[in-house]
Design a binder for this molecule. Structure first.
Ligand code: 76R
Length: 248
């Protein structure tokens, strides 16, 4: 049996994708719409407060294309909290005008492939900060789930630790060239959801998602072992953009 990578886990993650039922929204009375919008604002404020208190973090983006209209990405200490906030949102009068389209359950994960021998990662402040990150207010988000292949000679899980380390080093070196342009949050989802990882990227310039993901396709770990789910790309939903979005 090959050696499992050691992983560190941080906050649990829920990516909650919704579409807006525009027909119902347009058919609703002005009063109903105002109440729904006000309730949504209350939740956005509440989530901002959670961010400020560093008890979790929530990002809200609009999604381009027909897979969804909105994503709420929530990071919290426990699955109970994620479940509670999902249910609380579902009970709002705004939720009545949305339909769930996709969700993803995972946990912020760092693996030890790039770790320094003899250093306890939990004593490194940058590592601890990355496990419980405040989600950035970048202009754009990109999310997709992925697996590492397990087929014939391309079985990631049968490779030695040294081989995997070498490939992850090359992966990390490509990633580092995008430092300052793309922020990645890797969430592990083995045992929680249908894929092995969620990849969430944030950038001010959405084109950098394409550049980074494309460059990685040529790198062995993605070229041989990467299997990908559906891609979602979105724009930051600010308070001003929300009013614009919901005005009919
Ligand atoms: O954590 C670190 O920054 C150390 C290096 C590193 C690890 C261990 C790293 C760096 N990643 C790691 C793990 Mn990554 N990453 C992806 C994708 O589309 C694709 O081809 C793959 C999707 C992107 C775009 C990306 C970006 N990474 C992982 C893992 C877990 C693997 C395992 O445990 O087997 C996955 C699934 C994964 C996938 N990676 C980086 C990036 C970027 C931008 C970096 C540099 C981060 C930085 O230095 O700030």
């Amino acid at each position: 049996m090959s050696e499992a990578a050691q992983t560190l886990e941080g906050w649990y993650a829920l990516h909650d994708f919704r579409t807006i039922d525009w027909q119902a929204w347009k058919a609703a009375s002005e009063e109903e719409r105002t109440q729904a919008t006000d309730e949504l604002h209350v939740y956005l404020k509440l989530w901002d407060h959670v961010n400020e208190m560093k008890q979790g973090s929530t990002a809200v983006y609009t999604i381009i294309g027909q897979k969804a209209d909105l994503v709420f990405m929530h990071l919290r200490e426990t699955l109970e909290e994620l479940n509670a906030l999902e249910n609380a949102f579902n009970k709002t009068s705004f939720a009545k005008f949305t339909k769930p389209t996709y969700s993803y359950v995972s946990i912020v994960e760092l693996s030890n492939y790039m770790g320094q021998p003899g250093v306890d990662p939990l004593q490194v402040p940058e590592v601890v900060a990355r496990l419980k990150p405040t989600l950035p207010k970048a202009n754009h988000i990109c999310f997709y789930p992925m697996n590492k292949r397990r087929e014939g000679n391309d079985n990631w899980y049968m490779l030695s630790m040294d081989d995997r380390k070498a490939m992850m080093r090359s992966h990390g070196l490509i990633g580092r060239q995008y430092a300052g342009k793309v922020k990645q949050i890797i969430t592990g989802s083995v045992g929680f959801d249908n894929w092995e990882w969620g990849v969430t990227l944030f950038a001010d310039d959405a084109l950098q998602f394409k550049k980074l993901v494309y460059e990685m396709r040529f790198d062995e770990v993605s070229a041989r072992f990467g299997e990908f789910g559906e891609f979602y790309v979105g724009n930051l939903l600010t308070e001003a953009k929300l009013s614009e979005l919901l005005s009919v």
